[in-house]
Design a protein. Structure first.
Length: 306
């Protein structure tokens, strides 16, 4: 069905009779993701003192907070444009409002991509060189790189008039522009993260085998290995969340994206908060397990001494 505001951009799902299915699925995933992101933020600051966020919180804990903020803001803006479309059965109008939604979405998706690359590089550096990346006082280097670069990209895209309706949401709608603003960056991030992920795990397995051969199978992972393994979880989540977006971006350059792939993109891309919530649970369970083991070891030592 043609749009009365954007005749050149068909309203996605209408011809197939799946308009409400697509937006209903999107709203379900987005609501679940937004809820999880809020829960993660609340629990994080409930368990840790916000005053010591930059001084005593671990990098993994801070990364969780930054990712939850990206997920939350992305989900909130995306929720608004899907609600707008499902109520009006039309693309978001006025055009400035659609551009605003697109700006917010692109800002926090880009920030998340950059952040996950930093996490992947940091994990590799920890395992391979036993060093962490310098993030600056109060993480200013990380935050400037993550949100600053994303903001500049958004300003460029908006300034060139490339933000608008894509068919099912507000984003980068021009096919040529999408090559430079979405396809190339997404592919670059996915490839670099894949390489870093496998290199990190290769060195983890190599180091673990070396230590086990020397000291036996009961040896514990070093703190660097533990942190490296934890950070690779964030990278794995990124693969799950954005594999469909990357494939759809390529596909759209040559033909219309099949409805099945579009549905997969709607599902996985909007579940970031849920996926990172799972990582949050895994990390906290691991912490509790270590604390329990440590208490048992202390109790055993005290019993033996008495």
């Amino acid at each position: 069905m043609a749009s009365k505001y954007y005749p050149e951009v068909p309203i996605g799902g209408v011809e197939e009779g799946l308009f409400y299915v697509i937006h209903g699925l999107a709203l379900t995933c987005i609501t679940a993701s937004l809820t999880c992101a809020v829960i993660v933020l609340v629990l994080s600051f409930k368990r840790g003192n916000y005053k010591t966020f930059f001084t005593k919180w671990s990098r993994c804990d801070r990364f969780i907070v930054y990712l939850a903020i990206c997920d939350g803001m992305f989900n909130f803006s995306h929720l608004m444009d899907h609600i707008h479309m499902i109520i009006t059965e039309e693309h978001v109008w006025p055009a400035e409002l659609c551009s605003f939604y697109a700006f917010m979405l692109f800002e926090f998706v880009s920030a998340q991509c950059i952040l996950v690359v930093v996490i992947a590089v940091n994990a590799f550096a920890l395992i391979r060189f036993r060093k962490s990346l310098p993030l600056g006082k109060r993480d200013w280097i990380l935050l400037t790189l993550t949100f600053g670069v994303a903001f500049v990209l958004c300003v460029i895209a908006a300034g060139l008039g490339q933000m608008g309706p894509t068919g099912t949401y507000c984003g980068i709608y021009n096919k040529i522009a999408s090559i430079f603003f979405t396809v190339i960056p997404q592919v670059s991030v996915l490839v670099s993260n894949s390489v870093l992920y496998f290199l990190t795990w290769y060195h983890i397995r190599k180091e673990t085998k070396r230590v086990q051969d020397s000291l036996g199978n009961k040896v514990k992972d070093s703190k660097a290995q533990e942190a490296g393994k934890t950070m690779t979880l964030f990278v794995a989540v990124f693969f799950i969340q954005y594999w469909g977006v990357t494939i759809a971006g390529f596909w759209n350059l040559f033909a219309d994206v099949p409805i099945a792939l579009d549905m997969a993109v709607v599902s996985f891309a909007n579940l970031g908060g849920v996926l990172n919530g799972i990582v949050f649970i895994i990390i906290n369970r691991s912490k509790k397990k270590k604390q329990t083991t440590k208490r048992k070891e202390i109790s055993t030592v005290e019993t033996n001494e008495s």
